[in-house]
Design a protein around this ligand. Structure first.
Ligand code: HEC
Ligand code: HEC
Length: 368
């Protein structure tokens, strides 16, 4: 008998569970809203600095991400943000760009255990994917930053990442005739910190890749042939072994902080780094599993090299830690079951990443 979906995955994400039903209405409302917002922005910018709304490529059934009212998505801002994202001008010695650690073809991770910053400095956390950050409620492993505009301040300042003081960065951009002109064209004034973070945030919000076979499988009860038998088995194992207690919803994360017993003693205190609470030690943000096929190595410190190693880890039930989640326990999976689970994880890949469609490409920089 061919395998069937035995139970539905948990999802806390209303959009996702009722995606087909709601999508049409949502699309209309959000299109009207964003058109209004863009109109407002264009109006407030006056005639001279006109810019067009940037249309996000949202797959059917997914909601529009929240865009802050003071930083609407426009074509020129996205373009400028993209140029900066790929430009080493942002690092102190002009060797590292955002894209050095967030490489488009690797779902905006870097394929390294720990990232390499300026002057060969090693970072202390694995570079996370930036795909779908438009939907994130907060940023960083401790979640203490809640919008992309503020987040964009961090890498430049971080000594092990780009190591440039903000005033130096702005000075540089003002004295670069290409960027100085571009910023004036978009904002009608000299570049400052706010404009800088606005354009980076705009570009990052366009990095959407959530169109995958899992979404198709979950969204349509009657769909047949979306998954292979092995993938259906993997899905059932994912649900039956409580993976979906934390990896849930359209992004396959509930954004909760969890200790999964990766270590008995953590070098990196995780959430406790921000809160100083012993009960938060070793808790990290539950990461999205979308495009996880491309984001190896895994975990906050890149300590697990492959999806096979991740599954092996969960199968072991993790190390004893007083904060470990009750959902992490030995699973006793057979080799075939482990393989099915890995196959299922690969259904979370958006093929647009493979096709490297427009927006994920490195722009050709042209000064002057
Ligand atoms: C040297 C490597 C490196 C560079 C360069 C770098 N990043 Fe990162 N980025 C990281 C690491 C590591 C983290 C995770 C930090 C943490 O959780 O404490 C991160 C986190 C982020 C996050 C939050 C993601 C999440 O899941 O919460 C965003 C957004 C981001 N970076 C954008 C940028 C932008 C924009 C630039 C360029 C201005 C940039 N990064 C440059 C390594 C880098
Ligand atoms: C209690 C919540 C919880 C449960 C249950 C859980 N996970 Fe996780 N998962 C996490 C957290 C938190 C991390 C990140 C840990 C870290 O960075 O140290 C993670 C990381 C991962 C990663 C690595 C992602 C990356 O980009 O580094 C994969 C893959 C994964 N989990 C798959 C699974 C599978 C498969 C199961 C079920 C066998 C499962 N998870 C069960 C919370 C959970």
């Amino acid at each position: 008998m061919s395998p069937q979906r035995r139970r539905d995955a948990k999802y806390n994400d209303e959009e996702f569970s009722s995606r087909l039903r709601a999508s049409v209405v949502k699309c209309c409302i959000s299109t009207i809203l964003s058109a209004l917002l863009a109109g407002l922005f264009l109006f407030s910018c006056g005639k001279k600095y006109q810019d067009k709304e940037f249309e996000l490529n949202i797959p059917p059934g997914f909601s529009q991400p929240n865009i802050p009212n003071d930083n609407p998505l426009t074509e020129k801002k996205v373009e400028l943000g993209q140029l900066l994202f790929f430009d080493p001008i942002l690092s102190d010695d002009s060797t590292i760009s955002c894209a050095s650690c967030h490489v488009p073809e690797l779902a905006f991770t870097d394929g390294r255990k720990l990232p390499l910053g300026i002057k060969g400095n090693l970072g202390n956390r694995n570079s996370p994917s930036l795909v779908n950050v438009a939907y994130y409620p907060y940023f960083f492993a401790e979640g203490k930053v809640n919008n992309l505009e503020t987040q964009a301040l961090a890498p430049g300042l971080h000594s092990s990442e780009m190591g440039t003081e903000m005033r130096k960065m702005i000075y540089r951009l003002r004295n670069n005739s290409f960027y100085s002109k571009k910023f004036k064209d978009v904002f009608g004034e000299e570049v400052d910190v706010k404009h800088f973070v606005y354009v980076l945030a705009c570009y990052e919000r366009t990095l959407i890749a959530c169109n995958n076979r899992y979404a198709e499988f979950i969204g349509n009860l009657n769909a047949t042939g979306v998954f292979s038998e092995e993938e259906i088995d993997g899905y059932n194992l994912f649900v039956e072994n409580d993976c979906d207690e934390c990896h849930t919803g359209s992004l396959m994360t509930d954004f909760s902080f969890q200790n999964i017993g990766l270590y008995e003693w953590y070098d990196d205190p995780g959430l406790a780094r921000a809160t100083d609470l012993p009960g938060d030690s070793g808790k990290f943000k539950t990461p999205t599993l979308l495009n996880v096929e491309y984001t190896a190595p895994y975990m906050h410190d890149g300590s697990l090299a492959s999806l096979e190693e991740v599954v092996e880890f969960y199968n072991s039930g993790g190390k004893a830690h007083k904060n470990k989640s009750e959902f992490i326990k030995p699973l006793n999976l057979t080799d075939i079951e482990k393989k099915s689970l890995v196959s299922f994880l690969k259904t979370l890949t958006d093929d647009d990443l493979k096709n490297k469609n427009g927006i994920f490409k490195k722009p050709t920089l042209k000064y002057n």
